[in-house]
Design a protein around this ligand. Structure first.
Ligand code: UDP
Ligand code: MG
Length: 341
Protein backbone atom coordinates (compact mmCIF):
# COMPACT_ATOMS: atom_id res chain seq x y z
CA UNK A 1 0.00 0.00 0.00
CA UNK A 2 2.92 2.31 0.55
CA UNK A 3 3.12 3.61 -2.99
CA UNK A 4 5.77 6.07 -3.93
CA UNK A 5 3.09 8.74 -4.35
CA UNK A 6 2.30 8.37 -0.67
CA UNK A 7 5.67 8.78 0.95
CA UNK A 8 4.00 9.84 4.18
CA UNK A 9 2.53 6.52 4.99
CA UNK A 10 4.68 5.34 7.88
CA UNK A 11 6.08 1.87 7.89
CA UNK A 12 5.32 1.36 11.57
CA UNK A 13 2.84 3.02 13.90
CA UNK A 14 3.57 2.77 17.60
CA UNK A 15 0.31 2.94 19.52
CA UNK A 16 0.41 3.77 23.22
CA UNK A 17 -2.65 4.39 25.39
CA UNK A 18 -1.79 6.51 28.40
CA UNK A 19 -3.72 7.05 31.58
CA UNK A 20 -1.85 9.13 34.15
CA UNK A 21 1.50 8.15 32.69
CA UNK A 22 3.21 11.50 33.13
CA UNK A 23 6.03 9.90 35.12
CA UNK A 24 6.96 7.41 32.42
CA UNK A 25 6.11 9.25 29.23
CA UNK A 26 9.48 10.97 28.63
CA UNK A 27 11.41 7.72 29.09
CA UNK A 28 8.91 5.75 27.03
CA UNK A 29 9.12 8.30 24.26
CA UNK A 30 12.92 8.16 24.35
CA UNK A 31 13.02 4.39 24.01
CA UNK A 32 10.31 4.18 21.37
CA UNK A 33 12.02 6.95 19.44
CA UNK A 34 15.35 5.12 19.55
CA UNK A 35 13.76 1.97 18.17
CA UNK A 36 11.92 3.96 15.50
CA UNK A 37 15.07 5.75 14.40
CA UNK A 38 16.93 2.48 14.14
CA UNK A 39 14.45 1.21 11.54
CA UNK A 40 15.66 3.60 8.89
CA UNK A 41 12.10 3.95 7.62
CA UNK A 42 9.31 6.42 8.38
CA UNK A 43 7.35 5.73 11.54
CA UNK A 44 4.81 7.47 13.73
CA UNK A 45 4.02 7.44 17.41
CA UNK A 46 0.34 7.64 18.28
CA UNK A 47 -0.30 8.59 21.89
CA UNK A 48 -3.80 8.43 23.33
CA UNK A 49 -4.62 10.37 26.45
CA UNK A 50 -7.36 8.43 28.18
CA UNK A 51 -8.72 11.19 30.40
CA UNK A 52 -5.63 11.51 32.58
CA UNK A 53 -5.88 13.67 35.67
CA UNK A 54 -2.17 14.49 35.77
CA UNK A 55 -0.21 16.43 33.15
CA UNK A 56 0.07 13.55 30.67
CA UNK A 57 -1.80 15.56 28.06
CA UNK A 58 0.49 18.57 28.34
CA UNK A 59 3.50 16.35 27.86
CA UNK A 60 1.91 14.73 24.83
CA UNK A 61 1.11 18.04 23.24
CA UNK A 62 4.70 19.14 23.83
CA UNK A 63 5.98 15.99 22.15
CA UNK A 64 3.68 16.45 19.17
CA UNK A 65 4.90 20.01 18.86
CA UNK A 66 8.56 19.03 18.87
CA UNK A 67 8.30 15.87 16.83
CA UNK A 68 6.55 15.47 13.51
CA UNK A 69 6.24 11.73 14.11
CA UNK A 70 4.00 12.17 17.14
CA UNK A 71 0.23 12.30 17.04
CA UNK A 72 -1.47 13.07 20.34
CA UNK A 73 -5.11 12.09 20.70
CA UNK A 74 -7.08 13.44 23.60
CA UNK A 75 -10.22 11.53 24.57
CA UNK A 76 -13.13 13.37 26.15
CA UNK A 77 -12.81 11.40 29.41
CA UNK A 78 -11.44 8.15 30.74
CA UNK A 79 -12.74 5.40 28.49
CA UNK A 80 -10.63 2.50 29.73
CA UNK A 81 -7.63 0.80 28.19
CA UNK A 82 -9.45 -1.21 25.51
CA UNK A 83 -11.41 1.75 24.19
CA UNK A 84 -8.37 4.02 24.31
CA UNK A 85 -6.63 1.44 22.16
CA UNK A 86 -9.57 1.30 19.78
CA UNK A 87 -9.58 5.06 19.45
CA UNK A 88 -5.88 5.07 18.70
CA UNK A 89 -6.22 2.36 16.08
CA UNK A 90 -8.44 4.69 14.07
CA UNK A 91 -5.59 7.15 13.79
CA UNK A 92 -2.77 4.75 12.96
CA UNK A 93 -1.72 5.23 9.36
CA UNK A 94 1.20 2.80 9.28
CA UNK A 95 1.66 -0.39 7.32
CA UNK A 96 2.23 -2.24 10.55
CA UNK A 97 0.97 -1.29 13.98
CA UNK A 98 2.73 -2.02 17.26
CA UNK A 99 0.30 -1.98 20.16
CA UNK A 100 2.07 -1.53 23.47
CA UNK A 101 1.62 -0.22 27.01
CA UNK A 102 3.04 3.14 27.89
CA UNK A 103 4.71 1.98 31.10
CA UNK A 104 7.60 0.13 29.42
CA UNK A 105 6.39 -3.24 30.65
CA UNK A 106 6.36 -4.06 26.95
CA UNK A 107 9.88 -3.42 25.62
CA UNK A 108 9.74 -1.61 22.26
CA UNK A 109 13.13 -3.17 21.48
CA UNK A 110 11.26 -6.34 20.57
CA UNK A 111 10.06 -4.65 17.37
CA UNK A 112 12.87 -5.69 14.99
CA UNK A 113 12.29 -9.32 15.88
CA UNK A 114 8.58 -8.90 15.33
CA UNK A 115 9.11 -7.20 11.98
CA UNK A 116 11.31 -10.09 10.89
CA UNK A 117 8.59 -12.61 11.75
CA UNK A 118 6.09 -10.53 9.81
CA UNK A 119 8.44 -10.46 6.83
CA UNK A 120 8.27 -14.23 6.96
CA UNK A 121 4.54 -14.10 6.40
CA UNK A 122 2.84 -13.54 9.77
CA UNK A 123 0.01 -11.03 9.97
CA UNK A 124 0.06 -10.89 13.73
CA UNK A 125 3.10 -11.25 15.95
CA UNK A 126 1.95 -11.41 19.57
CA UNK A 127 4.35 -11.11 22.43
CA UNK A 128 4.02 -14.00 24.83
CA UNK A 129 5.31 -13.66 28.37
CA UNK A 130 7.93 -16.19 29.21
CA UNK A 131 8.02 -14.69 32.67
CA UNK A 132 6.62 -11.63 34.33
CA UNK A 133 8.84 -10.80 37.27
CA UNK A 134 7.38 -7.31 37.31
CA UNK A 135 3.95 -8.37 38.54
CA UNK A 136 2.86 -9.55 41.98
CA UNK A 137 2.41 -13.27 42.62
CA UNK A 138 -1.38 -13.13 43.15
CA UNK A 139 -1.74 -11.24 39.88
CA UNK A 140 0.46 -13.74 38.08
CA UNK A 141 -1.55 -16.68 39.41
CA UNK A 142 -4.91 -15.02 38.66
CA UNK A 143 -3.85 -14.12 35.13
CA UNK A 144 -2.44 -17.55 34.47
CA UNK A 145 -5.66 -19.27 35.60
CA UNK A 146 -7.78 -16.82 33.63
CA UNK A 147 -5.89 -17.22 30.35
CA UNK A 148 -6.15 -21.00 30.55
CA UNK A 149 -9.82 -20.91 31.45
CA UNK A 150 -10.53 -18.47 28.62
CA UNK A 151 -8.71 -20.54 26.04
CA UNK A 152 -10.96 -23.48 26.96
CA UNK A 153 -14.11 -21.40 26.52
CA UNK A 154 -13.61 -19.73 23.19
CA UNK A 155 -14.23 -21.18 19.77
CA UNK A 156 -11.15 -19.50 18.32
CA UNK A 157 -8.29 -20.08 20.77
CA UNK A 158 -6.79 -17.00 22.38
CA UNK A 159 -3.11 -17.61 23.14
CA UNK A 160 -2.29 -17.87 26.85
CA UNK A 161 -0.06 -15.40 28.72
CA UNK A 162 -0.49 -12.78 26.05
CA UNK A 163 -1.58 -9.21 26.54
CA UNK A 164 -2.28 -6.63 23.90
CA UNK A 165 1.40 -6.15 23.12
CA UNK A 166 1.57 -7.22 19.48
CA UNK A 167 2.42 -6.18 15.97
CA UNK A 168 -0.46 -6.33 13.51
CA UNK A 169 -0.58 -5.83 9.77
CA UNK A 170 -2.66 -3.25 8.00
CA UNK A 171 -5.18 -5.79 6.77
CA UNK A 172 -5.76 -7.12 10.27
CA UNK A 173 -6.25 -3.56 11.47
CA UNK A 174 -8.77 -2.88 8.71
CA UNK A 175 -10.83 -5.85 9.86
CA UNK A 176 -10.61 -4.83 13.52
CA UNK A 177 -11.89 -1.39 12.57
CA UNK A 178 -14.95 -3.03 11.06
CA UNK A 179 -15.94 -4.67 14.33
CA UNK A 180 -18.54 -2.49 16.00
CA UNK A 181 -18.69 -4.10 19.45
CA UNK A 182 -18.39 -1.76 22.37
CA UNK A 183 -17.18 -4.21 25.00
CA UNK A 184 -13.89 -4.77 23.35
CA UNK A 185 -11.30 -7.35 24.16
CA UNK A 186 -8.71 -6.49 21.57
CA UNK A 187 -6.54 -9.59 21.93
CA UNK A 188 -9.60 -11.81 21.45
CA UNK A 189 -10.72 -9.79 18.45
CA UNK A 190 -7.28 -10.05 16.86
CA UNK A 191 -7.18 -13.81 17.43
CA UNK A 192 -10.60 -14.12 15.84
CA UNK A 193 -9.39 -12.48 12.63
CA UNK A 194 -7.11 -15.39 11.82
CA UNK A 195 -4.36 -15.31 9.15
CA UNK A 196 -0.99 -16.42 10.40
CA UNK A 197 -0.40 -15.44 14.02
CA UNK A 198 3.00 -16.10 15.53
CA UNK A 199 4.26 -15.71 19.09
CA UNK A 200 7.49 -14.09 20.13
CA UNK A 201 8.66 -14.78 23.68
CA UNK A 202 9.78 -12.07 26.07
CA UNK A 203 10.21 -11.34 29.76
CA UNK A 204 7.79 -8.81 31.06
CA UNK A 205 9.45 -6.18 33.19
CA UNK A 206 7.92 -4.26 36.01
CA UNK A 207 6.42 -0.87 35.49
CA UNK A 208 9.05 1.82 34.85
CA UNK A 209 7.27 4.28 37.13
CA UNK A 210 3.81 5.07 38.44
CA UNK A 211 1.37 2.42 39.54
CA UNK A 212 -0.91 -0.03 37.79
CA UNK A 213 -4.20 1.23 36.43
CA UNK A 214 -5.65 -2.22 36.71
CA UNK A 215 -6.66 -2.80 40.32
CA UNK A 216 -8.33 -6.11 41.11
CA UNK A 217 -11.90 -5.16 40.25
CA UNK A 218 -10.86 -3.69 36.94
CA UNK A 219 -9.00 -6.85 36.02
CA UNK A 220 -12.14 -8.78 36.92
CA UNK A 221 -14.19 -6.62 34.59
CA UNK A 222 -11.68 -7.13 31.80
CA UNK A 223 -11.81 -10.87 32.44
CA UNK A 224 -15.61 -10.84 32.27
CA UNK A 225 -15.55 -8.76 29.11
CA UNK A 226 -13.04 -11.18 27.67
CA UNK A 227 -15.25 -14.17 28.35
CA UNK A 228 -18.55 -12.63 27.31
CA UNK A 229 -17.07 -11.01 24.21
CA UNK A 230 -15.30 -14.15 23.05
CA UNK A 231 -17.68 -16.96 23.89
CA UNK A 232 -21.35 -17.82 24.33
CA UNK A 233 -20.56 -21.07 26.09
CA UNK A 234 -21.40 -19.77 29.59
CA UNK A 235 -25.00 -19.49 28.40
CA UNK A 236 -25.03 -23.26 28.07
CA UNK A 237 -24.49 -23.52 31.85
CA UNK A 238 -28.24 -23.24 32.32
CA UNK A 239 -28.95 -26.20 30.07
CA UNK A 240 -26.36 -28.40 31.73
CA UNK A 241 -27.39 -27.39 35.23
CA UNK A 242 -31.01 -28.04 34.23
CA UNK A 243 -30.19 -31.53 33.01
CA UNK A 244 -28.16 -32.31 36.11
CA UNK A 245 -30.91 -31.22 38.46
CA UNK A 246 -33.59 -33.01 36.44
CA UNK A 247 -31.60 -36.19 36.98
CA UNK A 248 -31.28 -35.44 40.69
CA UNK A 249 -35.00 -34.79 41.08
CA UNK A 250 -35.86 -38.00 39.28
CA UNK A 251 -33.66 -39.91 41.69
CA UNK A 252 -35.31 -38.11 44.59
CA UNK A 253 -38.76 -38.93 43.24
CA UNK A 254 -37.76 -42.56 42.99
CA UNK A 255 -36.59 -42.52 46.60
CA UNK A 256 -39.81 -40.91 47.82
CA UNK A 257 -42.01 -43.38 45.95
CA UNK A 258 -39.95 -46.25 47.25
CA UNK A 259 -40.24 -45.15 50.87
CA UNK A 260 -43.98 -44.49 50.47
CA UNK A 261 -44.59 -47.97 49.02
CA UNK A 262 -42.18 -50.06 51.07
CA UNK A 263 -41.52 -48.15 54.28
CA UNK A 264 -45.00 -46.81 54.56
CA UNK A 265 -44.26 -43.13 54.96
CA UNK A 266 -42.57 -40.37 52.99
CA UNK A 267 -39.37 -38.75 54.29
CA UNK A 268 -39.92 -35.64 56.37
CA UNK A 269 -37.71 -32.80 57.29
CA UNK A 270 -37.12 -29.12 57.27
CA UNK A 271 -33.39 -29.46 56.60
CA UNK A 272 -33.69 -31.37 53.35
CA UNK A 273 -36.41 -29.04 52.12
CA UNK A 274 -34.38 -25.94 52.92
CA UNK A 275 -31.36 -27.41 51.21
CA UNK A 276 -33.25 -27.99 48.00
CA UNK A 277 -34.81 -24.53 48.10
CA UNK A 278 -31.53 -22.69 48.68
CA UNK A 279 -29.51 -24.75 46.23
CA UNK A 280 -32.08 -24.33 43.51
CA UNK A 281 -32.55 -20.65 44.30
CA UNK A 282 -28.86 -19.86 44.07
CA UNK A 283 -28.37 -21.84 40.89
CA UNK A 284 -31.25 -19.98 39.29
CA UNK A 285 -29.89 -16.60 40.34
CA UNK A 286 -26.45 -17.54 39.10
CA UNK A 287 -27.77 -18.53 35.69
CA UNK A 288 -29.93 -15.43 35.58
CA UNK A 289 -26.80 -13.42 36.31
CA UNK A 290 -24.99 -14.98 33.38
CA UNK A 291 -27.88 -14.21 31.07
CA UNK A 292 -27.91 -10.70 32.50
CA UNK A 293 -24.26 -10.20 31.58
CA UNK A 294 -25.04 -10.91 27.96
CA UNK A 295 -28.32 -9.02 27.98
CA UNK A 296 -26.76 -5.89 29.47
CA UNK A 297 -24.07 -5.86 26.82
CA UNK A 298 -26.66 -6.40 24.13
CA UNK A 299 -28.62 -3.48 25.47
CA UNK A 300 -25.57 -1.23 25.29
CA UNK A 301 -24.76 -2.48 21.84
CA UNK A 302 -28.29 -1.89 20.57
CA UNK A 303 -28.29 1.62 22.00
CA UNK A 304 -25.39 2.15 19.58
CA UNK A 305 -23.77 5.16 21.14
CA UNK A 306 -20.35 6.10 19.81
CA UNK A 307 -17.83 3.84 21.49
CA UNK A 308 -15.38 6.63 22.20
CA UNK A 309 -15.24 10.38 21.92
CA UNK A 310 -12.19 12.27 20.77
CA UNK A 311 -11.74 15.80 21.98
CA UNK A 312 -8.69 16.89 20.02
CA UNK A 313 -5.96 15.48 17.86
CA UNK A 314 -2.61 17.23 17.90
CA UNK A 315 -0.07 16.76 15.16
CA UNK A 316 2.40 18.80 13.22
CA UNK A 317 1.64 19.13 9.55
CA UNK A 318 3.61 16.32 8.00
CA UNK A 319 3.41 17.60 4.45
CA UNK A 320 4.93 21.01 4.95
CA UNK A 321 8.31 21.88 6.35
CA UNK A 322 6.82 24.77 8.26
CA UNK A 323 6.42 24.95 11.98
CA UNK A 324 2.66 24.87 12.07
CA UNK A 325 1.70 22.70 14.96
CA UNK A 326 -1.99 22.31 14.82
CA UNK A 327 -5.05 20.82 16.23
CA UNK A 328 -6.12 18.82 13.24
CA UNK A 329 -9.42 17.91 14.69
CA UNK A 330 -11.77 19.39 17.20
CA UNK A 331 -15.01 17.93 18.46
CA UNK A 332 -15.13 14.63 16.68
CA UNK A 333 -17.28 11.70 17.45
CA UNK A 334 -15.90 8.45 16.21
CA UNK A 335 -17.90 5.39 15.58
CA UNK A 336 -16.54 2.20 14.13
CA UNK A 337 -19.34 1.76 11.60
CA UNK A 338 -19.09 5.33 10.35
CA UNK A 339 -15.39 5.16 9.91
CA UNK A 340 -15.44 2.09 7.77
CA UNK A 341 -19.03 1.89 6.46
N1 UDP B 1 -4.59 2.56 30.47
C1 UDP B 1 -5.48 3.39 29.80
N2 UDP B 1 -6.69 3.64 30.37
C2 UDP B 1 -7.08 3.09 31.55
C3 UDP B 1 -6.17 2.21 32.20
C4 UDP B 1 -4.93 1.97 31.63
O1 UDP B 1 -5.18 3.91 28.73
O2 UDP B 1 -8.19 3.35 31.99
C5 UDP B 1 -3.25 2.29 29.87
C6 UDP B 1 -2.08 2.57 30.78
O3 UDP B 1 -1.70 3.92 30.71
C7 UDP B 1 -1.02 1.64 30.23
C8 UDP B 1 -1.83 0.47 29.74
O4 UDP B 1 -3.17 0.93 29.59
O5 UDP B 1 -0.34 2.21 29.14
C9 UDP B 1 -1.78 -0.71 30.69
O6 UDP B 1 -2.13 -0.30 31.99
P1 UDP B 1 -1.32 -0.78 33.27
O7 UDP B 1 0.15 -0.76 33.00
O8 UDP B 1 -1.76 0.05 34.42
O9 UDP B 1 -1.85 -2.26 33.44
P2 UDP B 1 -0.99 -3.51 33.94
O10 UDP B 1 0.26 -3.57 33.11
O11 UDP B 1 -0.71 -3.28 35.38
O12 UDP B 1 -1.90 -4.68 33.69
MG1 MG C 1 1.57 -2.06 33.04
Amino acid sequence: MAGSHDSFRPYVSFLLPCYNESAVLPETYRRVKAVGDSLGRPYEIVLVNDGSTDDTLDRMIELSRDDRAVTAIDLSRNHGHQLALSAGLHYCTGERILIMDADLQDPPELLPGMLALMDEGADVVYAQRRSRPGDSIPKRVACSVFYRFLSKLTEVPIPVDTGDFRLISRRVLDIILQMPERHRFIRGMVSWVGFRQTPILYDRDGRFAGKTKYPFWRLMRLALDGIVASSVRPLAVASWAGLLFAACSLALLGYILWSWLFVGKTPQGWASLMMVVTVMGSIQLFVLGIIGQYLGRMHEQVRARPIFIVRDVFRKDRLSEGDDHQIIQRRAVERTEEETG
